[in-house]
Design a binder for this molecule. Sequence first.
Ligand code: ADQ
Length: 469
Amino acid sequence: MGTRGDAQFVVVANRLPVDRTTEDDGTQGWQASPGGLVTALIPVMKEQGGTWVGWGGSADEDIEPFTFDGFGVQPVPLSSQEVAEYYEGMSNTTFWPLYHDCVAHPEYHREWWDSYLRVNERFANAAAEVAAPGATVWVQDYQLQNVPELLREMRPDLRIGFFLHIPFPPPELFRQLPWRTQVIQGLLGADLVGFQDPGSAHNFASLSRLITSGRPRRGEIHLPDGRTVIARDYPISIDAQEMLDMSRTPQVREAAAQLRRDLGDPDHIFLGVDRLDYTKGLRHRVRAFGELFTSGQLDPERNVYLQVATPTRENVEQYKELRSQLDEMVGRINSSVGRIGRSAIEYRHSSYPKTALAAMYRAADVAVITPLRDGMNLVAKEYIAAHDSDDGSLVLSEFAGAAIELKQAYLVNPYDLNGLKNQLLRASGDDHANHARRMRAMRKHVFRHDIDEWAANFLRDLGVPTQQG
Ligand code: ADQ
């Protein structure tokens, strides 16, 4: 049993919620990382006297625990070999593609799995050390699926929750995994296992039969040791009000107007914002726009497709390949549809501050979010929240978790190129009344179900009262 700490509430995530900063005089400090999860959980951490356990983001770096903005930060070190095996390997070349319907081929390597387990044990140890007797621990995401079980062995007094941010695959696919039983057992160490959608919760509950003989009912899984684990969906969301407030500032309004001018004042701006990831459907999307521009169904003089592709996981082979394929596809399309002085596809491979994204959302007439598979997709919700009038429209893949909630989007099957092209034309061609009706309904939903509600619902079910709950 680990030494007991004094944190009543512990979050365990692959990354810490803070990034390093360097002042002009060279002194180093920390600032909160941007992102919904961090924004939602920091108030709970402060309220409950919490500690966040995570990796600082650089290999071979030992950072002492510290306090930040009223909560504890407990860094977990990773060696460069562990970054290669646990993070880039097992997490991002095995679990990531396997859990996204195998849209890329998952690789299975025993040394990656060994490293994954070792690192999970280190995270569990760190959590066991800081948690007060009877504390609540909330473990996040696919990098840490074995932490619940390992932690329960060390600290049976804790209340443990787990949330998976990506889909949980159907049993037919999951069964490929050589370590399938250990992973299910790892997750069943939690009292509550949360998913983005009911399908994922159902897949997990069915797979619990690898371990239990009983049939799970309404998400309740009864284990041989007498414990009951709950599996259910908690669709994640965004800080909708913050996005709206930001998009209304004069600075963002002006940036949106400037962007429109820079793009040649087109009739329609189509916008995609994605990490440069093969799950996001970028190849299919670029191909659809290529055909629309080449055939003249979309006039490149009057329409622009702006695609932001955020650099990500650049050491992983499948991501390097995707990057060069997209560069090549976009180059070919732009040179063949030759819009004088401007590109039909404006392709930007870069990160942006939130205000710049808000300006793009505000300027875009059609957001195009067409992943092949996605746990939720927060960009879809951010786009909706950034529009305070009823203009704009959303083309959304039916394989994004967000499609369950944003039913008024122009839904598409991203594999169906003709269907995708038709919906792009429909979304830009529909009349204002139609757009307004759809946007109003979706805005209502996103504002009613925001990130605070998400965290409060999960924590309430885990037995932690919050101010929202
Ligand atoms: P992601 O796969 O990263 O998240 P998503 O939900 O779209 O996907 O979140 C991306 C976030 O990054 C958004 O908040 C967006 O604003 C931001 N972002 C994107 N491009 C950016 C850029 N160029 N510059 C700055 N910021 C950028 C995983 C799952 C999702 C799930 C989330 C949350 O894959 O399905 O919705 O976790 O659970």
